[in-house]
Design a binder for this molecule. Sequence first.
Ligand code: AMP
Length: 439
Amino acid sequence: MGTTVYLGLGGNLGDARAAIATALERLDRVPGVRVVRTSRLRETEPVGGPPQPRYWNGVAELDVALPPHALLAILQQLEREAGRDPAAPRNHPRPLDLDLLLWGEQRIDTRELQVPHPRMHARSFVLEPLAELGVQLPPDAARAPAHPELLHAPPEFAARCSAWLEGGCRIGLVPTMGALHAGHATLLRRARALCDRVAMSVFVNPLQFGPSEDFARYPRTLEQDTALAAQEGVDVVFAPDVSGMYGDGFCSRVAVGPLAGELEGRARPDHFGGVATVVAKLFTLARPHLAFFGQKDAQQVAILRRLVHDLGFPLALVECPTVREPDGLAMSSRNRFLTVEDRAAAPVLFAALQRIRRAFLQGERDPRQLLAQGEAVLAAEPRARVDYLELRREGDLAMLPAGPVDAGRALVAAWFGPPERTVRLIDNLSLQPQPDEEP
Ligand code: AMP
């Protein structure tokens, strides 16, 4: 006795019924596989894909003494031998389709195989023949899988990511503090394109806020964030609470280098230590292959690159370009706190950066002249209380060597609004035009 396995049967090119019958005969002859019974085949309308003939569909019950991936390889071989093009897109016509639907009560989540089949709850051409055989669906097959799955407990999140790793999946991690906007969405999209499984964390990390900063009023919008994550195909949203991440007696910190005391670090002395600590913890829980960060926080990226290099995290950082509002303001979860007047004034940061770059592209190489151009733009907007405007080396944001500038990045930070409700905004721009940028 092996495991009871249900197989979806289908096809709509050529004599699909004959192809299904031949496949079942051949399966039954495989050592370790027995075809126990089959539903009748019924004609069904195609779902999705180009205009195409109707399908023949049914299910088979198997008794299997092989591992799931061994059976999967045999099914794929049978599909190929029936003339199916393995490179054809999903929902295109095919002579034979053999889908693993259920494997006993087991949940399988590997790169090649997800069982219960994640779309079976929505397919009457699978559900009806299963009902004909009197099959009781396990609860997670009968309804749409929660997508994304929402996990709060760090050990549960670590276990889910470990299972993906064991299944050979390439994991992408997108750390966020929530209050998602289109900037975050591009990180998620990039992760979806490059990885088999995408985890997004939503955690307003107290360690990276100073005592007089906006931790308490930072926007928390988990429901909308989860909806956006669903649209972008995120598999897991990890939203721990503070006590889950930093339980009783938590006292360890990641120390970061001198860059953490410059630029943003002058006004926010513990900020990057707090970022590095939470990111290191997220890396340890998720063990991602790729982690996605926005260039809007260029200093954060530079510090995290060092962290990954220095501590040897086995992963690569993927840096994604800054997404802006139509008027140039870099999208930020904090923009919602700007008054109408400050919102109208805030694009001045990008305008100043652009002015510097324009001067550079027109041949200006004197760093003082370049900065003076940006400062003139900022000075014309009294609502912006500028903290810094600097030119730094690309990548590691080290000081530029004295003398003419031949490449670099301009970075700016400013406060808007009254001191008791101040909003700090940052932005940065490479002096060289970027390949994915409009001229
Ligand atoms: P936050 O939720 O602000 O911690 O941001 C989470 C991630 O999204 C960070 O890697 C940010 O750099 C990135 N991000 C924030 N704003 C933008 C933006 N406007 N464009 C691209 N990425 C962004």
